[in-house]
Design a protein around this ligand. Structure first.
Ligand code: COI
Length: 358
C-alpha cells in the first residue's frame, strides 16, 4: 500500500460526545466515537478502515496475549488558536514505532498507513479535540500479535489500531519521586528503548511500592550499577543544574522521547547549555549539597513537562526548584506555543488538518 487517500468509514449511530465533560477530562477514560483498524496477514497490511469504537474479537490463544508482542505509540492532536487541528511530529512517532516493531520482531507499519490512519481518524473526530490551554486529543496507535497459536514464535498476523481520547493534564501537580536502586526497568541489550507493553507492565509493581511510600513515581537507575539515572516512570528525565540542561544520553535502555527531542532542540536554539550525559544519583546529590540551583522534570507526550518537587535519594529528601520563573517553565511554554501555533513552527513539526464542516 503506497497511499491512503481514502478509507472506508462506518459511522457510529449514536455519538457519545454530548455526555463528555470537557472541563473534567480523565486521561484514557473517554475514547472518541470511532477507531482505526487494519490487519496484517500473508505478509501485507490490509483492510484499513474506521469503525465505531468497540471491543475487539481476538482469539484466547492470540500470540500477543501470551508472549507480549505488543507495541504502541502516544501522540497528540492540538486545536491551534487559529482554529485548525494539528498533529505534533507524527513522522517522528512513526519512525519510533517502526524501531520498536523491529526490536519486537513485528512488521513495520508503512508511513502512509500510519499518517493516513491518524489523519482520517482525527478529521472525523475533530469535535473531540478540546480547545482549552493544556488540553489535546491523545492518539494511541497499537500493534498487537493476533495469530491464534500457542507455539512460542513470532506471530504472522497482527492488528494495528488507533484510538483517540481527549485529555487535559496527565499529572495534576508537581511530582515526588524516589531514586530506585533495587528494581530495574531496562538492561543493556533489552527492550528499554522500544515502546512495548512489557516495559510498562514490568514497571507497575515497583511504582506501586513507591506509591505506598508516598511517591508518585520512581527515578529509574541503570540495571548494571544502579547508579546512573535513566528515566522516570512514563517519562524521560531532565535536570537543570545551575542553568545547564542535563539529560541522560539515549541508549538501548532509554526511550527516544519525542518531547525529549523537542525540548533539547528548543533549548539549544534558545541559547541554553545542553548536556546529554550520564548523571549518577551521587552527582545529583552533590549538586544539591553544594548549593547549586537544581530543577528536575519529567518529559513525555502524555506528561508534557512535569515538574519534580521532591527527590528521595536513598532515604534523604531533596527539593528541586519548581517556581514559575524556572527555566523548565520557559521551555514548557515554548513547547506549548508550538503545539497551539502561537510560536512559528520553524522545524515543520506540526502536521495540519483543516477542519471541515461535519
Ligand atoms: C506517552 O507519553 O504518550 C506514553 O505513552 C506514556 C504513558 C502514558 C504510557
Amino acid at each position: 500500500m503506497d497511499t491512503l487517500t481514502s478509507i472506508p468509514i462506518t459511522r457510529t449511530r449514536q455519538s457519545r460526545i454530548t455526555a463528555l465533560d470537557f472541563d473534567h477530562l480523565v486521561f484514557g477514560a473517554t475514547p472518541t466515537d470511532h477507531m482505526f483498524t487494519a490487519t496484517f496477514r500473508d505478509g501485507n497490511w490490509q483492510n484499513p478502515q474506521i469503525v465505531p469504537f468497540g471491543d475487539l474479537t481476538i482469539s484466547p490463544i492470540a500470540l500477543g496475549l501470551h508472549y507480549g508482542q505488543t507495541v504502541f505509540e502516544g501522540l497528540k492532536a492540538y486545536r491551534a488558536t487559529a482554529g485548525h487541528i494539528q498533529l505534533f511530529r507524527p513522522h517522528k512517532h512513526h519512525t519510533r514505532l517502526n524501531k520498536s516493531l523491529e526490536r519486537m520482531g513485528m512488521p513495520a507499519v508503512p508511513e502512509a498507513l500510519f499518517i493516513g490512519a491518524l489523519h482520517h481518524l482525527v478529521e472525523l473526530e475533530q469535535q473531540w479535540v478540546p480547545a482549552k490551554p493544556g488540553t489535546s486529543l491523545y492518539l494511541r496507535p497499537l500493534v498487537v500479535a493476533t495469530e491464534p497459536r500457542l507455539g512460542v514464535k513470532i506471530s504472522e498476523e497482527y492488528l494495528f489500531i488507533v484510538v483517540a481520547m481527549p485529555m487535559a493534564d496527565y499529572y495534576t501537580g508537581n511530582l515526588k519521586v524516589k531514586v530506585e536502586t533495587g528494581f530495574s526497568r531496562a538492561a543493556r541489550g533489552g527492550t528499554g528503548a522500544a515502546k512495548c507493553g512489557g516495559n510498562y507492565g514490568a514497571a507497575f509493581y515497583p511504582a506501586q511500592q513507591a506509591k505506598s511510600s508516598g511517591f508518585d513515581q520512581v527515578l529509574w537507575t541503570d540495571a548494571t550499577y544502579h547508579e546512573f539515572i535513566e528515566e522516570s516512570g512514563t517519562m524521560n528525565v531532565f535536570f537543570i543544574i545551575d542553568g545547564v540542561l542535563v539529560t541522560p544520553p539515549l541508549s538501548d535502555s532509554i526511550l527516544d522521547g519525542v518531547t525529549r527531542d523537542s525540548l533539547l532542540t528548543l533549548a539549544r536554539a534558545g541559547g541554553i547549555s545542553v548536556e546529554e550525559r550520564k548523571i549518577s544519583y551521587k552527582a545529583l546529590e552533590k549538586a544539591f549539597r553544594s548549593g547549586k540551583t537544581v530543577e528536575a522534570f519529567g518529559a513525555g507526550t502524555a506528561a508534557m513537562v512535569s515538574p519534580i518537587e521532591v527527590i528521595d535519594i536513598l532515604g534523604k529528601t531533596y527539593y528541586p526548584s519548581v517556581g514559575p520563573d524556572t527555566l523548565m517553565y520557559r521551555l514548557k511554554n515554548e513547547l506549548q506555543a508550538l503545539h497551539t501555533g502561537t510560536k512559528k513552527d520553524s522545524y515543520y513539526w506540526n502536521y495540519i488538518i483543516q477542519t471541515v464542516p461535519q
